[in-house]
Design a protein around this ligand. Structure first.
Ligand code: PLP
Length: 387
């Protein structure tokens, strides 16, 4: 079959592939600890569940405007603006089924064939995929472990060219847990203004921070008009399967992105949007308590990993992933991920699932019980001793 070059580069996400491998082992009777998929282990909070169920009963089961229901766009503009110290208009907010549309559609709307897009590597696999679909050239930027997985700013400067159209940021980061410092954001913002670039700032983990808040580049002078913020409900409110996210961007771009939604998915499910309104306007205690719990798990997992000979793990500042350096073990990260699945019954991802600069690392999601995390570390230590 012959395909358009728009799709020939697409590959499955590593997490889905590993999950199905792990499930096949489970079907054969093995007991597996799942640290591969990045989603909260808790169910959607009760008040949100109830709001969604009631919304279905109340008839919120029909089309909505493509960019989202006005009440939710307004609530998002207020809430996301207050958290970042920026005044947003509801017309700048576009709601979509998940945060992914807020990455994909602005990229389709802005990136022309031949345009270069700088993105973090290791990074979320959708970045490279969507730039390719848009006909752009993905330009991977290595992250620096010794700088808390921040950008290598010298490398960043050297990658800028007359063809650069957009820079993608993800702070806190999947898979590293790194948070970009204000100084690094200022450097990137200066470059964006000087070279007239767009910045796509994926802030889906902005509420999951453990030591200090993560700044948004959109709040820096001159940046709101060239930044697209991508955020959503999946991680903060344990709503991955509801599919609800949003982008905040300049109005003219929001209009184009709304049209892409009109002509692709049409709109986001109405009852999901009603549930999202409750998520924002209802009590926030549970969302805040979850962060404290994740921090406890992070500390235990990182300490456990650092006690394994040959493994070195930084403390992630945000998101819910540990990204240990395993290069001293002398095996590739994909070999080790396979080995740990088979020998330790621990499903995790090789760093290379997030790009070539992920070699030498593994990613473990710590949105799992403390008990499972400690057991996973124990089993990993034992299996790695046998290497
Ligand atoms: N951005 C990053 C960095 C992610 O890790 C994810 C999900 O794993 C997303 C975006 C997509 O979020 P959603 O499931 O809301 O589309």
């Amino acid at each position: 079959m012959t395909f358009s070059p728009r799709v020939t580069h697409l590959a499955p996400e590593g997490a889905y592939a590993m999950l199905s491998r792990a499930q096949a082992l489970e079907a054969a009777g093995r007991e597996i600890i799942h640290l591969e998929v990045g989603q909260p282990d808790s169910l959607t909070f009760e008040n949100i569940l109830q709001a969604g169920i009631q919304a279905i009963r109340d008839g919120h089961t029909r089309y909505t405007p493509s960019a989202g229901v006005p009440a939710l766009r307004q609530a998002i503009a207020q809430d996301a603006g207050r958290r970042r110290g920026i005044a947003f208009k509801p017309s700048q907010v576009v709601i979509g089924p998940g945060a992914k549309p807020a990455l994909f559609y602005p990229t389709l709307a802005l990136v022309r064939p031949g345009d270069e897009v700088i993105y973090p590597d290791p990074g979320f696999p959708t970045y490279e995929a969507m730039v390719g679909v848009a006909g752009g050239i993905p330009v991977p930027l290595p992250l620096r472990e010794e700088a808390g997985f921040s950008f290598d700013l010298e490398a960043f400067d050297s990658l800028l060219s007359e063809h650069t159209r957009m820079v993608i940021l993800n702070s806190p980061s999947n898979p590293t847990g790194g948070v970009l410092s204000l100084a690094d954001l200022e450097h990137i913002a200066d470059a964006a203004i000087e070279h007239d670039l767009w910045v796509l700032s994926d802030e889906i983990y902005s509420r999951l921070v453990y030591d200090a808040p993560a700044a948004s580049i959109a709040s820096l002078p001159g940046m709101a008009e060239r930044t697209i913020i991508c955020d959503g409900f999946s991680k903060t409110y344990a709503m991955t399967g509801w599919r609800l996210g949003y982008g905040i961007m300049p109005e003219a771009l929001a209009e184009r992105v709304g049209l892409l939604i009109t002509h692709s998915v049409g709109c986001t499910a109405d009852f999901t949007q009603v549930a999202g309104l409750e998520a924002i306007q209802g009590p926030q205690e549970q969302a805040e308590a979850v962060v404290l719990e994740y921090r406890r798990r992070r500390d235990a997992l990182v300490a456990g990993l650092n006690a394994i000979p040959g493994v070195r793990c930084q403390k992630p500042q945000g998101a819910f992933y540990a990204f240990p350096n395993i290069s001293a073990l002398g095996r590739s990260s994909s070999w080790l991920a396979e080995y740990l699945l088979e020998e330790a019954g621990v499903a995790l991802l090789p760093g290379t699932a997030f790009g070539k600069y992920g070699e030498g690392y593994l990613r473990l999601c710590f949105a799992n019980s403390l008990e499972n995390l400690l057991l996973a570390v124990e089993r990993m230590a034992e299996a790695l001793r046998r290497l």
